[in-house]
Design a protein around this ligand. Structure first.
Ligand code: PMP
Length: 336
């Protein structure tokens, strides 16, 4: 279908695009999720959580949608809250970029900036402040993507079936990053189920993320991985993440991820975001060990347009300690 009666119906149905320049033996297809109306994979989870909250009676006409993110989920929630007629209030850190702030406001979200460098359990944390707002605001509902089962369910219902149908069941490996875990858990669960356990699911993870054994210190790549607040007394993983679905992790440095997306933009003509670079790097490493019989699907969460002033910008790279040769394919890009 290419005609939709509302923006909500236009979510999903993103294409698979084959990479033609890798020189690797398997077929490698990317699934660019920036084809969604809000520009990322999180549109699927945002609408799924809103619909589930409506069905459960947690969100009623006149209600308020609340979340604690400045990222793609916030944009998706603000967009579909606007479409469905809800007020949206996004609690976010004051370090949010101007572009993200403007996007949220463009969709009518109210931004509440919380300037708190404290762990989640602290009363001044984003989470605590948002929970107090919800408790004191009649009709308010906290989406809570990290622990909301409607987040992975969106991918069982749509992302997984799309990949299975579009590869005509030929997919052998699925590679995705792990943020809340919604994408990899839901898609992986579906693909493993329908293939009788044949499809292998690989979690592509930033090198410092605690999911794959890193020290939990946050570097640059946004959206992917799990990072522990320096003052937190424990590392709590989201309930949206189903660990049993992930067969292996590939750990990728920020420098590798950035070099990959810059290379892919020039070789394949696909402008992917930073977490896509983590997924692509992991997929290429994996594909080097596979054969012509294999079909690898790599999920790309968002586009490089949001990162033109960072990962695609030589001055930014140099200012942040990376080395890059302007105009060259950035094979020699490396952290200091
Ligand atoms: N990359 C980006 C850019 C994201 O915004 C997200 C969402 N946090 C992810 C990757 C990871 O997706 P998920 O939360 O479904 O694991």
């Amino acid at each position: 279908m290419t005609r939709f009666e509302s923006v909500a119906e236009a979510i999903g149905g993103t294409p698979l695009i084959r990479l033609t320049k890798t020189g690797l033996r398997p077929r490698i297809y990317v699934k660019p999720e920036w084809y969604n109306p809000g520009g990322s994979v999180k549109d699927r989870a945002a609408l799924s959580m809103l619909r589930a909250a409506e069905a459960d009676g947690l969100l009623r006409p006149g209600g308020t949608v609340v979340e604690t993110t400045s990222g793609n989920t916030g944009i998706g929630l603000a967009l579909y809250a606007a479409h469905l007629g809800y007020r949206s209030v996004i609690f976010t850190s004051s370090s949010i970029s101007k572009e993200k702030r403007d996007l949220l406001v463009a969709h009518g979200a109210e931004l509440r900036l919380v300037d708190a460098f404290v762990p989640k359990s602290h009363p001044d944390s984003l989470k605590s402040v948002a929970e107090r707002f919800v408790a004191s605001t009649p009709g308010a509902w906290l989406a809570n993507q990290y622990d909301n089962p409607a987040n992975p369910a969106a991918h069982v219902a749509s992302t997984g079936p799309e990949i299975w149908a579009d590869t005509e069941g030929a997919v052998t490996h699925f590679v995705a990053t792990v943020g809340t875990g919604g994408t990899i858990s839901g898609t992986g669960r579906y693909l493993k189920g329908i293939s009788g356990g044949r499809v292998r699911v690989i979690g592509a993870d930033p090198a410092t993320s605690s999911y794959s054994g890193g020290d939990g210190s946050q570097k640059f790549i946004e959206g992917a991985g799990h990072f522990v607040h320096p003052l937190a007394d424990e590392d709590v993983w989201p309930q949206s993440l189903d660990l049993s679905v992930i067969d292996a992790y590939e750990s990728v440095t920020d420098a590798e991820a950035i070099a990959t997306i810059r290379d892919v933009a020039r070789s394949e003509g696909l402008l992917a975001g930073g977490s896509s670079g983590v997924a692509l790097t992991a997929a290429f490493r994996l594909a080097a060990t596979l054969t012509e019989e294999d079909t690898v699907v790599v999920l790309l969460p968002d586009s490089g347009r949001a990162y033109l002033s960072t990962y695609y910008n030589d001055d930014w790279l140099l200012a942040n300690g990376f080395r890059a040769e302007s105009g060259a394919v950035v094979g020699d890009l490396a952290a200091p």
